[in-house]
Design a protein around this ligand. Structure first.
Ligand code: GLN
Length: 203
């Protein structure tokens, strides 16, 4: 079986660590800068960085509509930090949503100055019993979530830090910056399930 080709939106931000994490879990990372780079991908990672800058570049390179169409077609997507903001339908401080497919409201830079960046061990049963070491960097928090959204992990203060809605996965933290690959594995499992479902549909 061929490796799953998984795109990484590569306009700005933490692209390379995601490529390494995807390779480590057995996927083939593909950097996405233009709409044509989306051809044939079976999943898409939206990395951390600066969501306003990434959104502007997505508009400039005509990526918003095709990415939204892929999400609507069930292509699994995984947003980390700024990537979570890009997937969100609502942004608390009035910024314009980007892909707008994940039924959550997020607040950018939710942790304020003192907690600009911090690390914490989180319970995330969806990836197993062992605590997950999570790195938060000027992270957003999920402030509201629709009924289809499952909370996968909370920060030590109880704020939602990881969610799943069908084939959409998002974390406020950066799993690509640690050596624990379980969140990328979970994402690749979504990619694998969709591939199996497509194969079954084709017969
Ligand atoms: N603070 C950034 C934003 O609002 C996100 C930070 C990150 O991705 N590490 O877009």
């Amino acid at each position: 079986m061929t490796l799953a080709r998984v795109g990484i939106l590569a306009l700005q931000g933490a692209v390379r660590p995601h490529a390494e994490a995807l390779r480590a879990v057995g996927a083939e990372p593909v950097e996405v800068r233009l709409p044509r780079d989306l051809a044939g991908i079976e999943g898409l990672v939206l990395p951390g960085g600066e969501s306003t800058a990434i959104r502007k570049l997505m508009v400039a390179y005509d990526l918003l509509e095709p990415i939204r169409a892929l999400a609507d077609a069930g292509i699994p997507m995984f947003g980390t930090c700024a990537g979570m903001i890009l997937l969100a339908r609502r942004i608390g401080d009035g910024d314009e949503p980007a892909v707008a497919v994940l039924d959550v409201e997020v607040r950018r830079n939710a942790y304020g100055r003192q907690l600009d960046s911090f690390e914490a061990n989180l319970d995330m049963p969806a990836v197993g019993d062992a605590p997950l070491h999570a790195v938060f960097i000027r992270a957003p928090a999920v402030t509201d979530a629709g009924p289809a959204v499952e909370v996968l992990a909370r920060d030590p203060a109880g704020r939602t830090a990881a969610v799943r809605q069908g084939n959409l996965l998002a974390t406020a933290f950066h799993p690509e910056l640690t050596t624990d690959r379980r969140v990328h594995q979970l994402f690749l499992a979504l990619v694998g399930s969709r591939r199996a479902a497509q194969a079954a549909a084709v017969g």
